[in-house]
Design a protein. Sequence first.
Length: 143
Amino acid sequence: MATERFEDIAADFAFLDEWEDRYRYVIELGRGMPPMDEALKVPATKVDGCASQVWIQPRLAGAGSAARFDFEGDSDALIVRGLIAVLHALYSGLGPEAVLAVDAAAELGRLGLEEHLSSQRSNGLRSMVARIRAIAQGALERA
């Protein structure tokens, strides 16, 4: 169910043997994301439950079954910014129903993130996934 971009990340993770290399790769993914406009970093876009500051601003292009989900995201922590990039690869371009159908725990589990992130980072990652799912659910309810 993963997007092609996420599959590329999973393949890169499989190629990298050491967790330190994977950690650096996640940070590089975050550095490659465009910066989020400071005006969007408001309480409404802030993700609760993260140890770091995290913001997610959704975008939905189209309507009904043709709608496609995307989002901007940012964090004040490099590794978390990278995790946002991973989530962007997992969800961007999917319709809201497909976003809800993604088994994020299983897909992210393929990367082995849970076993190498602190409990606070893991909780934050789950909070980001929950926010993305809530946004997709809201889009379906408005359709």
